[in-house]
Design a protein around this ligand. Structure first.
Ligand code: SAH
Length: 398
C-alpha cells in the first residue's frame, strides 16, 4: 500500500476506539511508523498489533487522529466522502422540523462522520467551515461532492474558528464555488425571517442550533415584559415579539449585531415602540436593573461559550452563576427564565446545579418546566457525546 502509515496505541488505550469514539489523543499514541503529512489517512493498531480503525493524522492538534472508518474494508477515498455527504443530506430530508425553513446545518462534523467539517445551508447558499487536518486535506473533494449533490448559487468558506487555530491553520474566508453570497442572505425559519451576514456574523452567520427553541419561546411570550440578554441579531426577541409580548429589551455588546437585530425586527413587521436595543455588557446591565428594581416577566440568557477549555471551568461556572442569580432576582412572581449554556464542558447535571444554586442565592424557588437542547440538524452520534453541547432550561419562579 502506498504511503502506509501505522499508528500504534499504548497498551490498554484501545477502549474508547472499541466503543467507536472517533478521537485519539496524543498521549494514547505509542508510535507512528511512516511520515504522515497532516490530514493524511493512517491505520491505527492496538499495542498487540490488532487493526482498529483508520483516520486523519494531525501533528499539531492534541487530537492526533480523528477516525473516519472503523471498517477494515472501507477505504478513505472519494467514495467515502461522497457517501458521508449523501447520508448527511438524507438525514436532513427526514427531519420533519426542517420543512418550514431554508436554513439549517447540513453537515455536523463528527456526528455526520466528517470530523471538523461544518456545512450550513442559508437559502440558496452553503457556508462551510473546515477546522481539522482531515477536513483541510479533503476540502476540495468535499466541495466537489457538495456541488454535485446540492446544486446551489454558491458555496462560501468561513474557516475562521478557534478550533482551526488549535490545528495550526490560518483563517480562510473565500468563495469556493458559484457566486459570492450577498452581504445579507434572507432566510425563512417557520414564522420568522432573518437577515444573515455570512461574511462577518458569528459562527457561519447565525445560531441555527437555537431554531426550535426560538419557536418554543413564542408560546411563553404573550403579554410578557421580556429581557433578551445576549441578543445577537434578535432571534429570541423576535420570537417573543411575534408571540405577542408587551415589551422586549435586547442587550448585546456588539453594535453590529444590534443594528442587524433592528433590521430583523422590522423585517418581521414588529412595531418598534416597545422594543429596546441596548449596547451594554449583560453583567453590568443586570446589576443596574437590580439596583433600580426594574423587573421582567420573561428573561432569556443565551451567553457565548464561557468554557472553551477544561482550565476555564471554574471561571465559566462563576459567570453562569452570576448572570442566572441576577436574572432570578429580576423576575416577577410567576416569571420565566429561559437559560442556556453552549459550553460542551458544562454537562447538563452541572448546569442544573449552577442554576439551582443561583436560584437559592437569589432567594427564589423555581422549577424546570422544559429541558432544551440543540435542534435535530445538529444530531449527536451515540458514540460521540461531545456532540451534545447546547443545554437549556425553561424555569418558572414562584
Ligand atoms: N441568542 C442569540 C445568540 C447569542 S450569541 C441567537 O439566538 O441568535 C452570544 C451573544 O452575546 C453575541 O452576540 C455576543 O456579541 C454577545 N456577548 C458576549 N459577551 C457579552 C456580554 N458580556 N454582554 C453582552 N453581550 C455579550
Amino acid at each position: 500500500m502506498d504511503n502506509f502509515v501505522k499508528v500504534t496505541l499504548n497498551s490498554g488505550r484501545e477502549g474508547s476506539l472499541l466503543r467507536r469514539h472517533p478521537w485519539i489523543f496524543s498521549g494514547a499514541v505509542k508510535s507512528v511508523e511512516g511520515n504522515p503529512v497532516d490530514g493524511q489517512t493512517v491505520e491505527v493498531f492496538t499495542s498487540d498489533r490488532k487493526w482498529l480503525a483508520r483516520g486523519s493524522y494531525s501533528s499539531k492538534s492534541q487530537i492526533r487522529v480523528r477516525i473516519l472508518s472503523f471498517k477494515l474494508d472501507e477505504h478513505v477515498d472519494q467514495d467515502l466522502i461522497k457517501n458521508r455527504i449523501a447520508q448527511a443530506i438524507a438525514l436532513r430530508k427526514d427531519i420533519a422540523d426542517l420543512a418550514g425553513t431554508n436554513a439549517y446545518r447540513l453537515v455536523f462534523a463528527e456526528s455526520d462522520g466528517l470530523p471538523g467539517v461544518i456545512v450550513d445551508r442559508y437559502d440558496d447558499f452553503l457556508v462551510c467551515q473546515f477546522s481539522s487536518a482531515g477536513a483541510e486535506y479533503w476540502r476540495d473533494e468535499i466541495v466537489r461532492q457538495l456541488q454535485a449533490q446540492w446544486p446551489c448559487s454558491g458555496i462560501f468558506e468561513r474557516s475562521d474558528s478557534d478550533s482551526r487555530q488549535k490545528e495550526g491553520y490560518p483563517d480562510r474566508v473565500t468563495v469556493l464555488s458559484g457566486s459570492a453570497p450577498p452581504p445579507l442572505i434572507s432566510i425563512k425559519e417557520g414564522a420568522f425571517s432573518f437577515l444573515v451576514d455570512v461574511y462577518k456574523g458569528h459562527k457561519t452567520g447565525f445560531y441555527l442550533d437555537q431554531r426550535h427553541n426560538r419557536a418554543l419561546l413564542m408560546k411563553y411570550a404573550e403579554n410578557k415584559d421580556v429581557l433578551n440578554a445576549f441578543s445577537y441579531t434578535g432571534g429570541f426577541g423576535i420570537a417573543a415579539c411575534l408571540g405577542k409580548s408587551s415589551h422586549v429589551v435586547n442587550v448585546d455588546t456588539s453594535q453590529d449585531s444590534l443594528d442587524l437585530a433592528m433590521q430583523n425586527f422590522r423585517l418581521n413587521g414588529a412595531g418598534m415602540d416597545n422594543i429596546e436595543f441596548i449596547g451594554e455588557d449583560v453583567f453590568n446591565l443586570l446589576r443596574t436593573y437590580r439596583d433600580s428594581r426594574r423587573q421582567f416577566d420573561l428573561i432569556i440568557l443565551d451567553p457565548p461559550k464561557f468554557v472553551a477549555a477544561a482550565s476555564q471551568l471554574a471561571g465559566g461556572t462563576r459567570g453562569y452563576k452570576d448572570i442566572n442569580l441576577l436574572a432570578f432576582k429580576l423576575l416577577r412572581p410567576g416569571g420565566i427564565l429561559v437559560t442556556f449554556s453552549c459550553s460542551g464542558y458544562v454537562k447538563p447535571d452541572l448546569f442544573q446545579k449552577i442554576v439551582a444554586d443561583a436560584a437559592t442565592d437569589a432567594g427564589r424557588e423555581a422549577c424546570v418546566l422544559e429541558y432544551l437542547s440543540q435542534g435535530p440538524d445538529h444530531p449527536v452520534a451515540l458514540n460521540f457525546p461531545e456532540g451534545f453541547y447546547l443545554k437549556g432550561m425553561v424555569c418558572r419562579v414562584n
